[in-house]
Ligand binder design. Structure first.
Ligand SMILES: [Zn+2]
Length: 287
């Protein structure tokens, strides 16, 4: 339903490839996507909201980098098609996952199969980076028992809406401290020796939510997780209903817009249907 895209870029004239795959699709309540009120009211609006959005992509990004293959988020799996799947989470979380969200994914759309379609074995993935611990970003981790899985330490220690009962038994992520500075961001961490892949603290959706920045000769690509659901929300100062902190997300928007004012940034949220198209065309956030 959402076409995958692959681009060839360079870093210091060295070739790299970046791929975007949608692991199926998700629908959320319209007030989850776009808030009309703040705080507790925004949450109540989601619960009593009857309308769902159209189908949205669940992007997983893959970087074929000279230092190894990096995957950003793991997407959803076809397990979600069974209503019984979320029962293990208990009453409330089961209700959230079966009433507020709808999933549509077949086995071929899971990230392992999509990697195999470009001749990459999931076991060849060096690092899997999780932007945050929500179901639609973590269910595919079961395909990566051999990868190093990175999570911002704050997201791990202070999660919201995480689902530990759905983690594979072997899942023990490497917790990353974001204690380096980069441009407008006070909390970041360089992940490659070449200092061209960074994990950046972009809180608001959850307290520990993080994004991945890839610096290329063609511009900075920001894999933005759930900072917002589509680029125009950031451009027009509109907010999702799903944020844990209105203050944090406002500050995150400001930092990204300040950064993008001085350099080319290609902004790719996880559920933006146009994200892979912008990757393909290298279309910047600020024209
Ligand atoms: Zn998400």
């Amino acid at each position: 339903m959402f076409e995958s895209k692959s681009v060839e870029l360079t870093i210091n004239s060295q070739k790299i490839k970046v791929h975007g795959f949608s692991t199926g699709a998700v629908k959320v309540k319209t007030k989850f996507l776009e808030a009309s009120r703040k705080g507790l009211f925004a949450q109540l609006d989601i619960i009593f909201n009857k309308r769902f959005t159209e189908w949205l992509p669940v992007w997983v990004w893959v970087i074929e980098h000279p230092e190894g293959i990096y995957v950003i988020d793991a997407g959803i799996t076809s397990d979600t098609m069974s209503r019984a799947y979320f029962k293990v989470l208990g009453f409330f979380s089961n209700w959230v996952n079966t009433s507020l969200f709808k999933f549509k994914v077949n086995r071929q759309e899971e990230i392992d199969k999509q990697l195999e379609s470009i001749n990459i074995s999931p076991n060849a993935v060096k690092v899997l980076i999780l932007t945050h611990l929500h179901v639609d970003h973590i269910l595919g981790i079961k395909h990566f028992p051999k990868a190093e899985i990175l999570v911002n330490r704050l997201e791990w220690n202070k999660p919201s809406g995480d689902v530990p009962r759905l983690y594979p038994e072997w899942f023990k992520p490497v917790l990353v401290d974001l204690d380096e500075r980069f441009e407008t961001f006070n909390n970041a961490r360089f992940l490659t020796k070449a200092k061209d892949v960074l994990l950046i603290h972009t809180p608001g959706h959850t307290h520990g939510h993080s994004s991945v920045l890839l610096k290329t000769d063609q511009g900075n690509i920001l894999f933005a997780g759930d900072i917002c659901y589509y680029q125009q929300q950031l451009s027009y100062d509109r907010y999702a209903g799903a944020n844990i902190s209105a203050g944090e997300i406002k500050n995150t928007y400001k930092k990204i817009l300040n950064f993008a004012a001085s350099t080319k940034v290609i902004f790719l949220p996880s559920h933006d249907k146009d994200a892979a198209i912008r990757l393909d065309g290298l279309i910047p956030l600020v024209p």
